[in-house]
Ligand binder design. Structure first.
Ligand SMILES: O=C(O)CC1=CCC(=O)O1
Length: 265
């Protein structure tokens, strides 16, 4: 476990795997933190130098006052890459983490990017009314007031039944998220729309969707993949919004095949 001062905030990050391994940076989704990647890290870190971090407003990183902009999150990632001295990287982001990854691929550090995995994400997620409604509900009644609805979109009924203890633990993570960080990132999602810009991402990209994802359903992910210059679309059966938790073996298999294809080995 490490902390670094990134753009004026204390950021929590973790680095696993061999120092000489090629870097893979993992970006979390709204209301989660770097722990959602643990089962992926365990499978990738024999070969790659895997870096995961808690976005601003999440996990153990500082949660400045809301609102945030997508550019704040992208700027944090760019500064983290600079801080770690990474000359190249593969990037994998889930949901808002995937939007941040798209922003990185369109930004000033894009030439460092050698591989891009977009997981359960889109160039536009939700709409203004939806995000404003969620922000208002949380400001009035806290994150627990929306957690049932969020968890139903994250995980299918089978996961809830068969992995009930894990389900309870991930609920704890969501409900204990810092309110400023959560609503700050809702504002970033409300205001972010990269649909007109992602066509400029020509790097071969892997887009992945959980079959049962109710937040960014497969059709939404497929539509973003089609907007990108050069993306392949895959569906993970039996996974919801966070395949790194539900189907890490399958996600890592797709990632490793794709890394092999693009020569990121
Ligand atoms: O909270 C949700 O509904 C799912 C989600 C949307 C953006 C994100 O990062 O998670």
């Amino acid at each position: 476990m490490k902390f670094a001062r990134i753009n004026g905030i204390a950021m929590h990050l973790r680095v696993s795997g061999p120092v000489e391994g090629r870097p893979v940076v993992l970006v979390n989704s709204l209301g989660t933190d770097a722990r959602i990647w643990d089962a992926v890290i365990a499978r990738l870190a024999d070969r790659y130098r895997v870096i995961s971090y808690d976005e601003r407003g999440h996990g153990l990183s500082d949660a400045p006052r809301a609102p945030y902009r997508l550019e704040d999150h992208v700027g944090d990632l760019e500064a983290l890459v600079e801080h770690l001295g990474l000359a190249e990287l593969a990037l994998a982001g889930v949901s808002v983490g995937g939007l941040i990854a798209q922003g990185f691929a369109l930004g000033g550090s894009a030439s460092k990017l050698k591989a891009l995995v977009l997981c359960d994400t889109a160039a536009r997620i939700g709409d203004e009314a939806m995000w404003n409604g969620r922000i208002a509900a949380i400001r009035a009644n806290g994150i627990a007031s929306i957690s049932d609805a969020v968890l139903t979109r994250w995980f299918g009924p089978r996961f809830r039944q068969e992995r009930a203890i894990e389900f309870a633990g991930w609920r704890n993570m969501l409900e204990r998220s810092p309110v400023e960080g959560y609503v700050g990132t809702c504002a970033a999602l409300r205001d972010a729309d990269l649909r007109e810009r992602v066509g400029a991402i020509t790097l071969p990209t892997l887009a992945v969707a959980g079959e049962d994802d109710l937040s960014t359903p497969p059709e939404m992910v497929r539509a973003t993949a089609a907007l990108l210059g050069n993306a392949r679309f895959e569906v993970i059966a039996g996974a919801g919004h966070i395949p790194s938790i539900e189907q890490p073996e399958r996600l890592v298999m797709l990632m490793q095949n794709y890394f092999d294809e693009v020569g990121y080995v």
